[in-house]
Design a protein around this ligand. Structure first.
Ligand SMILES: Cc1cc2nc3c(=O)[nH]c(=O)nc-3n(C[C@H](O)[C@H](O)[C@H](O)COP(=O)(O)OP(=O)(O)OC[C@H]3O[C@@H](n4cnc5c(N)ncnc54)[C@H](O)[C@@H]3O)c2cc1C
Length: 379
C-alpha cells in the first residue's frame, strides 16, 4: 500500500493551493457579501484546466485522474466553498456526457464544459421529489422528431450563471409493463422556448452561486437530445451522483481545513487570563480533534476517488466519505466559531461564513439520512 501522491497529483494540489491562497481566498468574503459571481476567477480556473481534469484531452480535459480532481476541489473549497460547489456540479455533468453521451453530444456539449468555457447544471430535484427522486412528475412525450417536456425542477445550481448553457434533467416517458415509470434523461439548452429559469433563491450561504426553480411548459427539444440509453436514464443520472458524493466530501474537507487554519492562528494570537488561548487544553484539544478528523475524512475521499480511478466499485466508500466529511465539517465550523468567541459571530471573520456554509454539505447530493440508507442497504 502506497499513500504517496504521484508527481502529477502533487503538482495539481500545489497549483490549486497557490491559486486558492493568492486568488480565491482574498475575494471570498466580498463575493459572498455582494452576491456577484466571480466570473474572472471561474475563467482562470478554466485556463488552469481545473474543470476537466479527469477527461481525455480529445474531449477538452487534461487527461488526469479523479484523485487529482478531488485534491483540486479541496483546495478551491478551502478558499471559497461555493466555487467548489460550482466545480462539483459542472464536473458531474461532464461525467454524464462522457459516460453516456453519443459522440455527437460529446463533441457539442462535453468539450466546452471540460474546457470550462461553459458550465453545466444537473436537474434531478423537484418540488415534490427530493430524496425520493424517482417520484419525478416532469414528463417528456415523444411527438414525431421531438420530445415535449412539461414540469418543474427545484433548487437547480449553476444554470443561473451567465456561462451556463445546458441542464440535464430526468423526466417520465411512460410506464413499463410492471407499472413502474420509465424515466429518461434529457439535455435541455438554455433559451429553448418553453424553458424558464426562475429567480435565484436567497440562501444562507453560496450567495453568488444561483440555485433556481426551472419550469418547462410544452418545451420542445430534438429527439436526439435524450442522454444515454432510453429507459436507463434515471439509473445513469443517479450513477454520477456517486461522484458528486466524493466531491462533497472533498469540499467538506476544504471547508474544515479553512476552519482549522483560521482557528489555530486565532488561538495562538488571542490572549485571555494572560495566556494565548492555545495554551488552554479546552481550546487546543478541540483543535487536535479537528485536525485528526480532517485527516480521516481526507483519507476517506481519496480512497473513494482512487477506487473510481481504478474502475472498482465505490458506492459504499463514496457514501462513507460524504457522510463522515460533511458531518465532521459542520462540527469543525461550529468549534471554529466557538474558539473565536464573539468575534467568530461577526461577518468580518471568515469562520462565520464557514459556519453558514457547512450545513449545506449534509443536504446536497443525498442528505445524511440518504447516505445512511445507501450504507445500510449495502451491508
Ligand atoms: C443550495 C442547494 C443547491 C442544490 N442544488 C441542486 C442541483 O443542482 N440539482 C438538484 O437536482 N438538486 C439540488 N438541490 C436539491 C437537494 O439535492 C435536495 O434538497 C436534497 O436531495 C433533499 O431533498 P428535499 O430538499 O426535497 O428534502 P426531503 O427529501 O423532503 O427531505 C427532508 C428531510 O427528510 C429526510 N428524509 C427523506 N426521506 C427519508 C427517509 N426515507 N428516511 C429518513 N429520512 C428521510 C431527509 O434526509 C431530510 O432530512 C440543492 C439543494 C440546495 C439546498
Amino acid at each position: 500500500m502506497d499513500f504517496r501522491l504521484t508527481e502529477e497529483q502533487e503538482m495539481i494540489r500545489s497549483m490549486s493551493r497557490k491559486f486558492a491562497n493568492e486568488v480565491i481566498s482574498p475575494r471570498a468574503q466580498e463575493t459572498e457579501r455582494s452576491g456577484e459571481a466571480p466570473y474572472d476567477i471561474i475563467d482562470k480556473m478554466a485556463d488552469l484546466g481545473m474543470m476537466g481534469i479527469p477527461y481525455p484531452e480529445k474531449y477538452g480535459g487534461s487527461g488526469g485522474d479523479w484523485v487529482s480532481q478531488m485534491l483540486c476541489v479541496e483546495e478551491v473549497s478551502r478558499g471559497d466553498v461555493a466555487l467548489g460547489g460550482m466545480l462539483d456540479v459542472t464536473s458531474i455533468i461532464a461525467q454524464e456526457l462522457y459516460e453516456f453521451g453519443t459522440e455527437e453530444q460529446k463533441k457539442r456539449w462535453l468539450i466546452p464544459i471540460a474546457q470550462g468555457k461553459e458550465i453545466g447544471a444537473y436537474g434531478l430535484t423537484e418540488p415534490d421529489a427530493g430524496s425520493d427522486a424517482g417520484a419525478t412528475k416532469t414528463t417528456a412525450v415523444l411527438d414525431g422528431n421531438e420530445w415535449v417536456i412539461n414540469g418543474t425542477k427545484q433548487f437547480i445550481t449553476n444554470i443561473g450563471l451567465k456561462s451556463s448553457h445546458i441542464v440535464t434533467i430526468t423526466a417520465r416517458s411512460g410506464r413499463r409493463k410492471d407499472g413502474k415509470a420509465i424515466i429518461n434523461t434529457f439535455i435541455v439548452p438554455k433559451g429553448t422556448p418553453g424553458f424558464t429559469v426562475g429567480k435565484p433563491w436567497d440562501k444562507m450561504a453560496w450567495h453568488w452561486l444561483p440555485s433556481c426553480e426551472l419550469s418547462f411548459e410544452d418545451c420542445h427539444i430534438p429527439k436526439d437530445y435524450i442522454l444515454g440509453q432510453e429507459g436507463k436514464g434515471f439509473a445513469q443520472h443517479l450513477a454520477v451522483l456517486e461522484t458528486g458524493r466524493i466531491f462533497v466530501a472533498a469540499i467538506s474537507v476544504g471547508l474544515a481545513q479553512a476552519c482549522l487554519d483560521a482557528s489555530v492562528s486565532y488561538a495562538k494570537e488571542r490572549v485571555q487570563f494572560g495566556r494565548p488561548l492555545y495554551s488552554f487544553e479546552g481550546m487546543s484539544f478541540k483543535l487536535a480533534d479537528m485536525a485528526m478528523n480532517i485527516e480521516l475524512a481526507r483519507l476517506m475521499y481519496l480512497k473513494a476517488a482512487w477506487l473510481k480511478d481504478k474502475k472498482m466499485p465505490h458506492t459504499l466508500e463514496a457514501s462513507y466519505a460524504k457522510l463522515f466529511a460533511s458531518e465532521m465539517a459542520e462540527k469543525a465550523a461550529s468549534d471554529a466559531v466557538q474558539i473565536h468567541g464573539g468575534y467568530g459571530y461577526m461577518t468580518e471573520f471568515p469562520v462565520s461564513r464557514y459556519y453558514k456554509a457547512a450545513k449545506l454539505n449534509q443536504i446536497v447530493e443525498g442528505t445524511s439520512e440518504v447516505q445512511r440508507i445507501v450504507i445500510s442497504r449495502n451491508l
